[in-house]
Design a protein around this ligand. Structure first.
Ligand SMILES: Cc1cc2nc3c(=O)[nH]c(=O)nc-3n(C[C@H](O)[C@H](O)[C@H](O)COP(=O)(O)OP(=O)(O)OC[C@H]3O[C@@H](n4cnc5c(N)ncnc54)[C@H](O)[C@@H]3O)c2cc1C
Length: 380
């Protein structure tokens, strides 16, 4: 007699999707779980290193699928177009649609939000690298946004192209809780990066500053403001937030669709358990693991646990071995301690290596990855 088998389709092979796929593919659940990971990429993309690709301090952020994906999870190189929740199918671009028993939605936030240069996905980072390479010495570069990505891009560029005039533009300068640390401002100053209060037109790169005439666009403008999510959930008629993120509850499940779960940047977790979550690799990995756990609990007929995800750190790569690693409370609010300079750079690099390491380890030993408890546990 053939053993019963359920088919799980994981849409999106970033940090969340790969973690979910690995945990599911390696589970000893009954019925057996067959996993298909749908992702158009030739390889897994270490998105947190894309600023380095754009600045040419690194050739690629690609990692072979075989290094991070469980051998029993099948990678299907395809792009999902829409999800038919009623018929349990996923429509794919240029391929036959795929049936699923369960689905994990993990398409991330790598959409190109504007025609300007960006580092939001591998293709965009490569385009940016080429555009910057063509700039002659003394050219001006605007980095739109002074959040972590903007500051990482600016520092990486300033290190690889010290001959460029780089300005970071944001409405309140380095007002972000992480990039606002004095040590970060000092590092930018040392690298010759200007920081300006203003806004950048997402269509043209023209800079508007309070009380002054707008300034013409720089020779290159790199957009790093916010993270734009794919429209697959919205196009499928699934419940989404205003920004297109799939709405899920604390068990990462879509209301009214028990067999559709979501994880990573592409979802908004409704309710108290999700209020402190920030779109990040630091959230995507535990969310992916938790989505797999919920699915396995349902297969076993047990009640799934709500998420309770805590944070330890917020990190910044400030170029050639420099960094800033801020220690945080489980709810992501900052503690007093931070590692700066080369110590911060060393710690940041270890964190980057750990992210891929956790995926690879989960591929070999499913269930091995654990994460810190969040604010709910901290309050108990
Ligand atoms: C330059 C840069 C630096 C960053 N640094 C940090 C950092 O230091 N720390 C941190 O925590 N976070 C950082 N982030 C944010 C972090 O990269 C994201 O939050 C994280 O990648 C989200 O993981 P994810 O699995 O949800 O999605 P992603 O990693 O975005 O992966 C989603 C995957 O889904 C695929 N996909 C998209 N649409 C479809 C579709 N229709 N069908 C099939 N597949 C699809 C994509 O190709 C991609 O492979 C950084 C981001 C950038 C751009």
């Amino acid at each position: 007699m053939m053993a019963e088998m359920v088919h799980v389709v994981v849409v999106g092979g970033g940090y969340a999707g790969v973690m979910a796929a690995n945990r599911l593919a390696g589970s000893s659940a009954v019925p057996r779980v067959q996993v298909t990971l749908v992702d158009p990429g030739e390889h897994f993309t270490e998105r947190i290193r894309l600023h380095q690709v754009a600045a040419r301090t690194r050739d690629s952020a690609g990692v072979k699928w075989a290094e991070v994906l469980h051998p029993q999870a099948r990678h299907l190189p395809a792009r999902a177009v829409s999800i038919d929740a009623g018929h349990r199918t996923v429509a794919l671009a240029d391929q036959e649609s795929l049936h699923f028993d369960w689905l994990v939605y993990a398409v991330g936030s790598g959409e190109q939000a504007t025609p300007l240069l960006s580092v939001t996905n591998a293709e965009a980072a490569t385009t940016t690298a080429k555009a910057i390479a063509e700039l002659v010495s003394g050219s001006t570069v605007t980095v739109a946004g002074a959040g972590p990505t903007g500051v990482e891009v600016a520092c990486a560029m300033a290190v690889s192209r010290p001959d460029l005039a780089i300005t970071v533009v944001a409405p309140s300068g380095l007002g972000h809780p992480l990039t606002g640390a004095p040590a970060v401002a000092r590092r930018l100053e040392r690298l010759g990066i200007r920081v300006m209060d203003g806004t950048v037109d997402p269509a043209t790169g023209v800079v508007a500053t309070a009380g002054a005439n707008s300034q013409p666009a720089a020779e290159a403008t790199i957009w790093t403001v916010g993270l734009a999510v794919p429209t697959v959930a919205a196009d499928s008629g699934l419940p989404v937030a205003e920004d297109g993120r799939l709405l899920v509850d604390a068990t990462l499940t879509v209301a009214g669709h028990e067999r559709i779960l979501g994880a990573g940047d592409a979802v908004t977790v409704q309710g108290a358990a999700g209020t402190h979550l920030r779109p990040s690799c630091a959230s995507a990995i535990p969310l992916g693991a938790h989505a797999a756990g919920v699915l396995l609990a349902r297969l076993a007929g047990t009640a799934p646990a709500p998420i309770d995800i805590g944070y330890l750190l917020q990190c910044l790569d400030l170029g050639v071995g420099h960094g800033h690693v801020q220690i945080v409370h489980p709810d992501d609010t900052v503690r007093r301690w931070a590692l700066t300079g080369r110590a911060g750079g060393w710690a940041k690099e270890q964190v980057c290596r750990m992210t891929v390491g956790w995926l690879a380890k989960e591929a070999r030993r499913p269930g091995s990855y654990t994460w810190p408890s969040g604010p709910t546990a901290a309050l108990r």
